[in-house]
Write a protein of this length. Sequence first.
Length: 184
Amino acid sequence: MVHIMYFKARDLSGIAICAALWGILNWLYSPIFFQLTGLPFLCDIVGFASIILAVWWVGKLGAPTLTGLIATAINFITRPTAIHFLGFTAASIFFDLIMLIVGYKRIYRNRIVRIGGLFLNSVISAAVAGFIIGFLFMDPKALLRWGGAVGWAGLHAIGGAMGGSIGIVIVEALIVRGVRRIEV
């Protein structure tokens, strides 16, 4: 009897590490950053850097989604009232779908495509998270000072640009150092 698993143990290890990184750093530092600045950037920075690392590490459809789902579980275990994190869950699924369209193998054939594709995907996916959070979970009066859900999406897009840049720098550094990603 042949049993083939889609995600191997190494894949699941990479996903779990990236999700734990996202979930724990978000739990520890994002509320402090938000209270000090009123800006949502740190959630996006940690999240999209982690997703990009998971995409590079695993290179399979479902890796960003599973990373987001595990990070969401960690979020609800550590801060059960932070339901706004569901916006990031949706963003990780959106990121995965865009990667499916672009192609998990194709994106690693060309450095410019890889950097541009991962960066744009992070910005757009973070904007999706911001829009969902603003539209569904934020107090409308508080949201008005940021231009509504669209303005909140724009702030998250800025965070996605920062997180995407950090994730890309990490991945490019790993590639330059000769660290091999798991082959699809």
